[in-house]
Design a binder for this molecule. Structure first.
Ligand code: NAD
Length: 296
């Protein structure tokens, strides 16, 4: 079995790493926050003191970090993955970052004989825990074939979509769909609640029809409890929409609805709700309409 390194042990990285340990892989791990390392070491991982040390101890390095700057810092920076990686190492970056950043990291890695795949995920913390994420991958077919079994430990679907950067391009499309879905759900549910119809009954009545969705089923039960603990933080979704808007404009695609939802999320951030789960987008509408969508 290949020796794997795992960098970034946050909400997603920690359960993903634990699933690899459960599947029998040996794991060298690092996070800039030491308590996050301790938790995964208790589950059987080997602690490292830098990203460089992780790479020195691994044939395949997986990164699960917030955004492009953190990935560049962890991979290209001082004591980074590339400082410790030997030629032939595979770097699988599972963070959601700008497609252009994936290409930049890949170019720099190539100079050291390291091949990069961008492999962001969808499904959130529950699917990270269950090992049932949807994983969208960009990079060479032969490298994909080498890591597919490892990715399958963390995901229910693992799809090679194209060359490096394509995984994150797919993820941006995914994030636009999710953001607009949650916002549509919020607008509609606040309308029904203000008009006096029971929110739980509205949810149950529509979930089997055309308006039903994975988003509705995942987020409405939490909204009805008033539970906005992340999950996926609004500020991380702002990061994804910023990457989506920038990429769309570079490519020459106007994305008016994404722009509008970005401003909704910005308003929530100003209102102190940036660290809430993105299901908390509904609070924007609740405040405007002076009504709460909760179980009665
Ligand atoms: P998180 O903030 O909980 O975890 C990120 C971890 O990276 C933190 O523990 C942080 O300390 C660590 N880190 C930052 N810089 C580092 C560095 N230079 N070296 C080592 N470690 C470093 O974030 P998360 O929710 O786990 O998300 C990670 C990625 O997955 C993001 O790109 C996010 O958009 C994506 N994602 C998240 C979800 C979700 O539901 N949370 C779902 C799908 C995709």
């Amino acid at each position: 079995m290949e020796k794997i390194g795992f960098v970034g042990l946050g909400i997603m990285g920690s359960p993903m790493a634990k699933n690899l340990l459960k599947a029998g892989y040996s794991l060298a791990v690092y996070d800039i926050v030491s308590e996050k390392i301790d938790d995964v070491v208790k589950a059987g991982a080997q602690a490292c003191s830098s990203n460089k040390e992780v790479a020195e101890n691994s044939e395949i390095v997986i990164t699960m970090l917030p955004n492009s700057p953190e990935v560049k810092e962890a991979v290209l920076g001082a004591d980074g993955v590339l400082d410790g990686a030997g030629s032939g190492t595979i770097l699988v970056d599972m963070s959601s970052i700008a497609p252009l950043a994936s290409k930049e990291v890949s170019e720099k890695a190539k100079e050291k004989g390291v091949v990069v795949l961008d492999a962001p995920v969808s499904g959130g913390e529950p699917k990270a825990v269950d090992g049932t994420l949807a994983i969208m991958v960009g990079g060479p077919q032969e490298t994909f074939d080498k890591v597919k079994d490892i990715l399958s430990v963390m995901g229910a679907s693992v799809t090679l979509v194209g060359e490096i950067g394509s995984g994150n391009m797919t993820k941006l499309a995914n994030q636009i769909i999710v953001a607009l879905n949650i916002t549509a759900m919020s607008e509609a549910m606040v309308l029904a609640a203000k008009a006096g119809v029971d929110s739980e009954k509205v949810f149950q009545a529509i979930r089997g029809g055309l308006a039903g969705s994975t988003v509705l089923d995942a987020k409405m039960p939490l909204v009805l409890e008033g539970n906005f603990k992340p999950g996926f933080r609004i500020e991380l979704h702002i990061k994804d929409l910023a990457n989506a808007l920038e990429t769309a404009h570079e490519v020459g695609v106007p994305v008016p609805l994404s722009g509008a939802v970005m401003e909704v999320m910005q308003a929530l951030k100003v209102d102190g709700k940036g660290a809430d789960d993105h299901g908390g987008i509904i609070q924007f509408y609740e405040k405007l309409a002076k009504v709460e969508v909760r179980r009665q």
